[in-house]
Design a protein. Structure first.
Length: 69
C-alpha cells in the first residue's frame, strides 16, 4: 500500500467527519432540552476535533509530498 493512499483516506475521512458534524448540529437542535444528550454531543465533538486535527496534518503531509522540493 502506497503512502498517498493513507493520506487520501484521511482526506475522505475529514470530509465525512465534517458532514457528520453538520448533520449532528442540525439534529441536536431538536434535543436542546436534554442535558444528557448535550454531554454526549460535547464528548463526541472533542473526539471529532482530535480526528480532524490528525486528518488535517496527514493532508498537509500529502500536499508537501507532491510539491517538488
Amino acid at each position: 500500500m502506497k503512502k498517498w493512499h493513507i493520506y487520501l483516506g484521511a482526506l475522505f475521512f475529514l470530509a465525512f467527519v465534517i458532514i457528520s458534524d453538520y448533520i449532528t448540529a442540525k439534529n441536536s437542535l431538536i434535543f436542546v432540552l436534554q442535558d444528557d444528550f448535550w454531554r454526549i454531543v460535547k464528548a463526541m465533538s472533542l473526539f471529532n476535533l482530535g480526528l480532524k486535527i490528525i486528518a488535517i496534518i496527514l493532508a498537509a503531509k500529502l500536499l508537501l509530498h507532491f510539491i517538488p522540493h
